[in-house]
Design a binder for this molecule. Structure first.
Ligand code: ADP
Ligand code: MG
Length: 237
């Protein structure tokens, strides 16, 4: 166990929670399919970043997670890769409707970045990704969602609009990511986040990422995550 403690220290991470898996050292340690390993190699990702080393085995084990790490630490792949695995594990992928993975981000720029990253790891698996945010035609988005997707990346306000228009259902959603939670709160999205979370089945897996962890986000996390493991990278949080 001391070697695990030392390894976490060398990664600059702290963890708390129950049954926290040991951090991995290589992407090869994740049991990813050769298709996914190929997509990772194509990105030029040689080794996992610190947050990825610890978050990947936690999320792959099905646990909820609170990840606290500053911008640029590689959080996107830490949730997108396990999301792809989660989706590929579903039987009868195309039989039902609505996204399996739902990612909420505070701004259209961030949502778009995540969308691009998600597509890189999804395309070769036949997983469809849709982006939903303001500034795009609602009719076009409605049509795209109606055509079906397994992953939706959205800003909270526009996702609510699309749910109201019945462009999609959350019946199949089992993997929820709240990215940059502190910024979503700062932008006043708490009611929308609560509404979205309330429409997703309670036995989902939930991931919350934030650069800071003010009390109001702590409170939300306690309400919507189940026995989360907390991973903090560096001096933030
Ligand atoms: P964050 O969400 O923590 O701000 P990102 O997920 O946007 O960070 O990643 C920051 C940058 O690092 C991106 O350009 C991404 O492509 C790159 N990156 C992520 N993981 C790795 C990795 N394992 N190896 C090399 N580059 C990576
Ligand atoms: Mg990010």
């Amino acid at each position: 166990e001391q070697d695990v403690v030392d390894y976490r220290k060398s990664l600059g991470i702290r963890v708390s929670g129950f049954d926290v898996p040991r951090p991995i050292k290589l992407f090869e340690d994740c049991g990813f399919s050769s298709t996914l390993m190929g997509a990772i190699a194509k990105q030029g990702y040689e080794r996992p970043t610190s947050i990825q080393c610890q978050a990947l085995p936690i999320v792959l084990s099905g646990q909820d997670i609170i990840g606290i790490a500053k911008t640029g630490s590689g959080k996107t792949a830490a949730f997108v890769l396990p999301m792809v695995v989660h989706i590929m594990d579903q039987p009868e992928l195309r039989k039902e409707e609505g996204p399996i993975g739902v990612i909420c981000a505070p701004t259209r720029e961030l949502a778009h970045q995540i969308y691009l990253e998600a597509k890189k790891f999804s395309k070769s698996n036949g997983i469809r990704v849709s982006a939903v945010y303001g500034g795009m035609s609602k009719l076009e988005q409605f049509k795209e969602l109606k055509a079906g997707c397994e992953i939706v990346v959205a800003t909270p306000g526009r996702l609510i609009d699309m749910l109201k228009m019945k462009a999609l259902t959350m019946l199949r959603a089992t993997f929820l990511v709240l990215d940059e939670a502190d910024r979503m709160f700062d932008l006043g999205f708490e009611p929308q986040i609560r509404s979205i979370v309330g429409q997703i089945r309670p036995d989902r897996q939930t991931l919350l990422f934030s650069a800071t962890m003010p009390r109001k986000i702590e409170r939300l996390a306690r309400e919507i995550l189940v026995d989360p493991v907390r991973v903090t990278v560096g001096e933030v949080g």
